[in-house]
Ligand binder design. Structure first.
Ligand SMILES: Cc1cc2nc3c(=O)[nH]c(=O)nc-3n(C[C@H](O)[C@H](O)[C@H](O)COP(=O)(O)OP(=O)(O)OC[C@H]3O[C@@H](n4cnc5c(N)ncnc54)[C@H](O)[C@@H]3O)c2cc1C
Length: 404
């Protein structure tokens, strides 16, 4: 298979190809993982799912555009299942944004588990077998290699993989989540951390996801019949109840003096941001390596660097202004001073590794955050479970002028 091109043009092309499948086809076939079959790629391998996640994760394509395309082609009812899945993403983003300690604790515990791995030979052996695809569980071994080779796994495979990781191999969930972030091109702090927690019974307390041979055989279309899987799950436990910190939506930045606009890998579509006026300079920054203490794969790094580069090229054209790159080790203040600019605007930087790495430095530069209308409409709804979000989302999206 070829890897996704990290450009807006490639995102729009994939969207155009997949839109016809967002209705009945998606609702009935999305749970099947037919596998990455390079021979049929041109004929639409995996056309039961969109494979748009790297574009959505980097906002080369926005959720608003995705839902608009789905409704236009199939109607809100016809595209209900697809829209619900897109809303899961917004739900997870909003949930983590309002409980940032969940991410901070994940990072602390992940690092502690890596230390434990160094000290315990037995645990280290199982971890190495799992990440190198040598456990002897056919399906699991295939997915470990598929993830490393392609940078993608089908949603159902991610669920089975996480379940086997925790309940059959009894490995710490944080190390599995980290393995995903090293290799998933769509690796996202919210969707990834909260999905692993969901499978383990931490997100919906006490409710776990068990991967079974029958389910895997059915939904891989008979490709696998794994043996030796755990027959039951014991929900993971933690001694914390994370408090909701309601999201404060930043006010729209007022029109004023000249400013620089930041473009980071979490938001690579500056053209659709609501800005008070044209920026005088665009500053690009990427930094996917911080996602894991082990760094990320070349594919992950290339996609996020490419997405930022593509955004800079488009932004220079759209806003007719200069662009620069904020390189590692450089002070943002110096980049601004060189351009004789004092004001900075930045698209919202969500909870995650990039914010951990550069959030403080951006905040120290008189920044005004720009939050997208869609995120401001959906994220605050994520106070508890997903279903209230799904129920309230249509009204919230209609209020911002979307047709649903
Ligand atoms: C353990 C685990 C880890 C995951 N890690 C990530 C991650 O790091 N990044 C990520 O983007 N998704 C993650 N997901 C969610 C989901 O698996 C992927 O979004 C989806 O498989 C991407 O493929 P697609 O674009 O073909 O999805 P489609 O089925 O075509 O869905 C369209 C879009 O809806 C969103 N979406 C679909 N399913 C989900 C879901 N269950 N949760 C949240 N959003 C969803 C995605 O943006 C996706 O691109 C994870 C799921 C699990 C179980």
């Amino acid at each position: 298979m070829t890897h996704p091109q990290s450009t807006r043009a490639a995102a729009l092309s994939r969207l155009a190809d997949f839109t016809a499948n967002m209705g009945h086809n998606y609702a009935h076939k999305r749970n099947f993982d037919y596998g990455p079959n390079a021979d049929t790629e041109q004929d639409g391998w995996r056309d039961n799912v969109s494979r748009l996640s790297p574009y959505i994760r980097s906002k080369l394509l926005t959720e608003q555009e995705l839902i608009t395309a789905a409704v236009k082609a199939h109607g809100a009812q016809g595209a209900d299942k697809f829209i619900a899945e897109v809303l899961w993403r917004g739900y997870f983003k909003g949930w983590l944004e309002q409980r940032p300690e969940v991410w901070a604790d994940y990072v602390t515990n992940r690092d502690a588990k890596f230390k434990k791995l160094k000290a315990q030979g037995g645990l280290r052996k199982i971890y190495e077998q799992a990440t190198e695809g040598r456990t002897g569980i056919d399906a699991f071994d295939h997915w470990a290699k598929e993830l490393v080779e392609t940078g993608y796994l089908h949603n159902h495979a991610r669920m089975w993989f996480a379940s086997i990781w925790m309940f059959t191999l009894k490995l710490p969930w944080e190390l599995g989540a980290d393995f995903f972030l090293q290799h998933l091109i769509d690796g996202d702090p919210a969707s990834n951390t909260l999905s692993w927690r969901w499978v383990g019974g931490l997100h919906t307390k006490g409710k776990t996801y068990l991967a079974t041979k029958e389910n895997i055989t059915q939904f891989t279309d008979g490709r696998f019949t794994p043996v030796g899987l755990a027959a039951e799950t014991v929900p993971l436990e933690e001694d914390k109840n994370y408090k909701l910190r309601p999201l404060k939506i930043p006010p729209a930045p007022p029109a004023a003096a000249a400013f620089a606009l930041l473009v980071h890998e979490d938001d690579c579509h500056p053209e659709s941001l609501i800005l008070p006026q044209k920026p005088s300079l665009i500053i690009g920054v990427s930094g996917s390596d911080g996602k894991s203490p082990k760094g990320v794969s070349d594919k992950v790094r290339a996609f996020s660097n490419g997405a930022v580069t593509d955004a800079l090229v488009r932004a220079a054209d759209h806003f007719s202004c200069d662009t620069v790159t904020w390189n590692k080790g450089e002070k943002l203040r110096d980049v601004l001073a060189k351009a004789k600019l004092e004001r900075l605007l930045s698209p919202w930087l969500p909870v995650g590794a990039l914010k951990d790495a550069i959030g403080k430095e951006i905040s120290g530069n008189n920044v005004r955050w720009v939050m997208r209308e869609y995120d401001a409409a959906i994220w605050p709804l994520a106070t508890k479970g997903f279903f209230p979000v799904k129920k309230k989302a249509p009204d919230a999206l209609r209020a911002m002028g979307m047709e649903l």
